[in-house]
Each structure stands twice: as structure tokens, then as C-alpha cells.
Write a protein that binds this ligand. Structure first.
Ligand code: FEO
Ligand code: CA
Ligand code: CA
Ligand code: CA
Length: 622
């Protein structure tokens, strides 16, 4: 989701260190001199995009445009696989565009589809025709979900029953899917089908679990949360679990902090929990957990990464607090050479940071159960980008450096709950809204989408954020030292500067989700191009070869929508994509700007998952 509030910084320390005041060209041209001066002599610079041997992209791109339809490259087709409201259980009622109860919605596919992960069946196989699709449901367009609600209306048209139904439409879905002669379909009433919603029970684990700042009237233990929401991007672990990231959690809270909890003031301010009664004010009105004046610490229980076992519908999801609390966009998992688990995660708000978690234990490929709690212990780091292309990972470790009681940190729980404030004190580099992250399967380079940041002033321009009033975004490549993801040093460069005539990217803007296909090409879904360059968002691909690698557009979404969650089957012949918030700008259901995916005048626009394939079944992209 792209919202105005993501663009408004809550990080007051946005000044750029003098050392960073250089341009990309200066980085490339001046590196030798800087390195010779001994500023980071241990680092060997590697230019971006050089080591890949990705196969060429052979398709003819779809033309950029903006209309009510889904546009797709010639020779490709898109099937609608899952829609908001589709029945997942045997008894689930059919989708009712007007209204629904929480009981109905708990048995139906959710809305606001974002990140997608595909887990082949049987587990551990590479089956590309049968598997589990796990999907994030980030947020709802209340005015398109229920009849009689107007866009930007606060409280109007919403009842407690509707609020409960909306809460049941967010979170995560697990759905069994199959491809047969008729194409892709989902399996209704599969034993795996599952909804995890804003009311599901979720365990807290790791260093912050049980901390008094996570205790509420509803859960004095501070170890059992109800729900997950704001689920944006995510990740997949090598042991077959799903990671979902809680991003814009602040929208769902309203009400002022009571006098008894004023010590949370700065923490809530930094996370955007302002007490304001915005578009989800009915949550606070109808469910006291979301009224900060009643439950001042409930918001501290969101903004985490949640681990879900999609193969066991009775398993309890777990919030892994060791990965820190912020507006997690993504949780991209990679194994180090010594089998430790590294999770890269962006914090998507203007002038926020890039993090990575390194587990202290090693992944055990022979014993799935042995990896169950591996994400509970390790070190969380934040990135400091240095002049000349260097990068340091700074540990967020209680008691080290500035992370002490003098600065309001009395435990590792405090450091994790207020990761943003800790990272600022450590000197992390404020970025242009870090979204998704993908690790190149061959080179190990870490690609980070920085979606945009119009709030950046000229005096705040630096190498990694090279433009003021940045409305288009960029993709940064990070090269871990000796390709070791546990290393605390790396180099970096800008791989793609979006919306830049000189780089040949004038028709590409606002990179959000990233994924590599099996042939080593990077696929990019965009969010916000309608506003920044006047074209619909879409899905693009690049081989990453060359200084200004060429981009090819595979599809574009209908008006008002965003392309999210691109996900390949292991053989690369199917690309699943979420079409999020179609017609979001419409005033209400009746005045829908588009009626994707069914184009039935009786039905409003709905979020949906599409399956994109080449007409002859060749790998997507060629
Ligand atoms: Fe939910 Fe940062 O996109
Ligand atoms: Ca999104
Ligand atoms: Ca976004
Ligand atoms: Ca996103």
C-alpha cells in the first residue's frame, strides 16, 4: 500500500552525514581515490549487475497505459485464481457484495492481497502444478467492501458487525491450488485452507515476549496477541514456513494515550500512532483493543514479523520479536555459507532504515523441527551507507554503545520495541522508503527497492538517495563482503534509477516488490506510477546486465490498482500476482472506476490473485 502517511517522515533526524553528500557518478568515478585514502581499505568494490549470466528476456513488452483493463504482453494470458470473498470452506457462503458477517468472512478469501508465497505439494518437492498459495491481506478499502460507505468517510456506514467482518478480511490466507487441463483453480474445503485474521491467536516469542510493554488488560502475560494486519510483503524460510510483515499498523489505532502510559508517547509518535481518528476509527470505537486510551500498549504488539506453518492448519503463528518492531515491509531470507539464517527487512516510511537479522543458531536441513525457534535468537543490525560505496551493519544490542538506560533502553525488549529510535541513535542511514528486498540467486547481491521520497530536500541528498523531491524511486544493490551475508561490511551501488530519462527508465517508477525468477532475472512490481508518471502500475523484468539495465513490462494493472506479490512456481512457468485495491479511488461501490476482475456491473471491484502464463507454457519472460 502506498499512503500519504508513508511519505511523511516521523524520523526527525533526517540530516545526512557530510560524508554521504556525493552523487552516484561520484561514487563510481571517485571510488579509487577514496579507497586509496584508506577510508574503508578492507572493502573490495564490485560494480553492480556484472556477475550475472541471466538469460535474455524474449517477450514483447505491453505498452504503458492507464485504463480499466488488465494489460498483458502478447503471447501471455492471465487467469483469475482467487478473489476477495471466494469460499474457502465447504460451508462458506457465496460472496455478497453488499455486506457480510465475521463468521462468513472467516471462511472466505481476504481482501487487499499483497505478498504471495508458493509452497509445492507434497512438501519439499518442486511441483509447479500443485501447492499451497499463502497470501497477505494488507488492508481494506472499506468503501468498496460494504454498500453505503463513502470514500474517506470516518465511522459512517460502519457497524460493530461490519468492523468485525473487516477485521476478518485482513491477515493471511492459506489456500491449496492446482493446475489441470482447465488451468489453475483453488481447492475449496482443503485441509490446508486457513484464514489468519486480525482476531486470530498469535504467540509472541524472542527477547521482547512477556515484556511489560507488551502486556495489556486482555493479555496480562504479554505473550499472546490477537491478530495480525497491515500484512505487506514477507518471506519464505528454507524449512517451509511463511513470514508475514506487519507494516502500516498505526492506521488501525485511534484515541489518545492515558496519563498512566505517557512514557509511550515518543514510541507511538515515531510509529505514527497519533490518536487521530482516520479511516479505520470504527476499529477503536467498536473494539476497545484499538482504542489507545483503553489499551495504551496494544499497538506495541504489532509491527513485527509473524511466522506461519502453512502445512499445519492447527499451528499457532508466532511473532518473532528478535527481528525488531518497525513498519516491516519485507522479510527476505537467505542462508549464509555456514547455514545461519539471515533476514533482510526494509522499514517503509520516508527516512527510515534497512535492517538485517542474523541467527545465532544454524539451520538444520535434516530436521525441520530443529529450526522451529531459530528466529528467536540472533543479532539485529541496521545499515549505515558510507561515502564511496561502503556499508556497515550496526548491531542493535542492548548495553552496547548508546543503547543504554541513559537513552531510555533498559533491556533488549526496549531496543526491539523501539528499533527505529535505537537505529537513529546508532547513526543508521535514512532512506527513500525501503520496500521489498530480493537476493540474487547466483551473485548473492541484495537488491533493495526504495520506492520514493518526495520529502527529501536538496541538503539531504546523498549517494544512496541521490535525488531531492524523489517521486520515482531507485533500486540499490548491496554486495556483502566476500558474498557472506553474516558479514558486518559490504559495498553498495544504485542498480536502477527509476523515472530517469538519461537511464532509459522514464516509463518505470516506484519499485515496490522484488523477486528473482529461476533464470536469474529480477522482477519488479510497482506502486504509485499512476501518480508519479501517469501510467498504471505493473510488473517489469530485467536481466540486470549493464550500467543501465533494460526493463521490460509484462503487465499493467487496471486503474486505481497496484501490482503486488509477484511469485513464481519453481519451474518459472507460472507467475502469480496480486492485483491490490482496484478502483480504490472510486467514491463508493456503485461509482467504481473499474470492475476488475469480473467486469460485472452488479459487482464492485475486488482484489484478486492472477496466474500469468505463456500461451505455450514456456517460462514466463522467455
Ligand atoms: Fe505496503 Fe510498503 O507497501
Ligand atoms: Ca502494497
Ligand atoms: Ca508501496
Ligand atoms: Ca509493498
Amino acid at each position: 500500500m502506498d499512503t500519504k502517511s508513508d511519505s511523511i517522515p516521523t524520523n526527525a533526524s533526517t540530516a545526512t552525514p557530510l560524508a554521504m553528500l556525493i552523487s552516484r557518478r561520484a561514487v563510481l568515478g571517485g571510488l579509487g581515490a577514496v579507497a586509496a585514502a584508506g577510508m574503508f581499505p578492507r572493502l573490495a568494490f564490485s560494480a553492480p549487475n556484472l556477475e550475472t549470466s541471466a538469460q535474455a528476456l524474449s517477450f514483447t513488452p505491453v505498452a504503458p497505459g492507464l485504463d480499466k483493463q488488465l494489460g498483458i504482453a502478447p503471447g501471455y494470458g492471465a487467469e483469475v485464481l482467487l478473489r476477495f470473498g471466494d469460499a474457502l470452506t465447504a460451508d462458506a457462503p457465496a460472496y455478497n457484495p453488499q455486506d457480510r458477517s465475521a463468521e462468513d468472512q472467516n471462511q472466505q478469501f481476504g481482501t487487499g492481497c499483497d505478498y504471495i508465497a508458493y509452497f509445492p505439494l507434497p512438501a519439499g518437492s518442486t511441483n509447479s502444478n500443485h501447492g499451497l498459495l499463502v497470501v497477505n491481506h494488507e488492508f481494506s478499502n472499506t468503501h468498496l467492501m460494504f454498500a453505503g460507505v463513502e470514500k474517506n468517510e470516518v465511522l459512517g456506514g460502519m457497524t460493530p458487525a461490519r468492523t468485525a467482518a473487516e477485521q476478518a478480511a485482513l491477515g493471511v490466507s492459506v489456500v491449496e491450488v492446482k493446475r489441470g487441463a482447465g488451468g489453475w483453480s483453488y481447492v475449496q474445503n482443503s485441509q490446508y485452507n486457513r484464514r489468519i485474521t486480525a482476531q486470530s491467536y498469535i504467540r509472541l516469542s524472542g527477547a521482547a515476549a512477556g515484556d511489560k510493554r507488551l502486556q495489556t488488560h486482555g493479555d496480562p502475560s504479554g505473550r499472546l496477541v490477537r491478530g495480525t494486519f497491515g500484512n505487506c510483503a514477507g518471506g519464505q524460510t528454507p524449512w517451509g514456513t511463511y513470514l508475514t510483515c506487519e507494516e502500516n499498523i498505526n492506521f488501525f489505532f485511534s484515541g489518545a494515550l492515558p496519563k498512566s502510559a505517557l512514557e509511550e508517547t515518543e514510541n507511538h509518535r515515531r510509529m505514527g500512532v497519533t490518536g487521530r481518528r482516520g479511516g479505520y476509527a470504527h476499529w477503536g470505537r467498536d473494539d476497545s483493543r484499538f482504542d489507545v486510551s483503553v489499551e495504551p500498549r496494544e499497538a506495541n504488539r504489532f509491527g513485527w514479523v509473524v511466522e506461519i506453518d502453512p502445512f499445519d492448519a492447527s499451528s499457532t503463528p508466532v511473532k518473532r520479536t528478535a527481528l525488531g518492531r518497525f513498519k516491516h515491509e519485507s522479510a527476505t531470507v537467505v542462508l549464509s555459507a555456514d547455514n545461519r539464517v539471515v533476514v533482510y527487512s526494509g522499514d517503509d516510511q520516508a527516512f527510515e532504515f534497512l535492517y538485517k537479522f542474523v541467527s545465532s543458531k544454524r539451520y538444520n536441513p535434516l530436521n525441520r523441527a530443529a529450526n522451529r525457534d531459530i528466529l528467536d535468537s540472533g543479532t539485529l543490525y541496521v545499515a549505515e551507507f558510507l561515502v564511496g560505496g561502503g556499508l556497515r551493519w550496526l548491531p542493535l544490542q542492548y548495553g552496547q554503545g548508546v543503547l543504554t538506560p541513559e537513552n531510555g533502553f533498559n533491556s533488549q525488549a526496549d531496543v526491539l520495541i523501539e528499533a527505529r529510535r535505537a537505529a537513529t541513535l546508532l547513526g543508521a542511514t535514512p532512506l527513500d522508503r525501503p520496500e521489498d528486498i530480493a537476493v540474487h540467486p547466483q551473485t548473492g547481491a541484495v537488491y533493495v527497492a526504495l520506492t520514493k521520497n518526495a520529502a527529501r530536500k536538496q541538503a539531504q541528498v546523498d549517494g544512496v538517495n541521490p535525488r531531492a523531491d524523489n517521486r520515482f524511486g531507485q533500486i540499490v544493490a548491496i554486495f556483502p563482503e566476500r558474498k557472506n551475508h553474516t558479514a558486518t561490511t559490504a559495498t553498495w551501488d544504485i542498480a536502477i534509477l527509476a523515472g530517469d530519462e538519461e537511464s532509459g527508465t522514464a516509463e518505470f517508477a516506484n519499485p515496490d516488490n522484488l523477486t528473482f525468477d529461476p533464470a536469474g532475472r529480477l522482477w519488479i512490481a510497482t506502486d504509485g506510477a499512476e501518480d508519479s508518471i501517469g501510467f498504471a502500475d505493473g510488473v517489469f523484468a530485467t536481466t540486470l546486465i549493464g550500467e543501465n539495465p533494460a526493463l521490460k513490462q509484462l503487465l499493467r494493472v487496471p486503474e486505481g490498482a497496484e501490482a503486488t506479490g509477484p511469485c513464481f512456481t519453481p519451474d518459472g512457468t507460472t507467475l502469480f500476482v496480486s492485483i491490490q485495491h482496484p478502483a480504490a479511488d472510486s467514491e463508493n461501490q456503485a461509482a467504481a472506476r473499474s470492475r476488475f476482475p469480473d467486469y460485472d456491473p452488479a459487482l464492485p471491484a475486488r482484489a484478486a490473485i492472477i496466474a500469468v502464463r505463456h500461451n505455450d507454457g514456456l517460462p514466463v519472460g522467455g
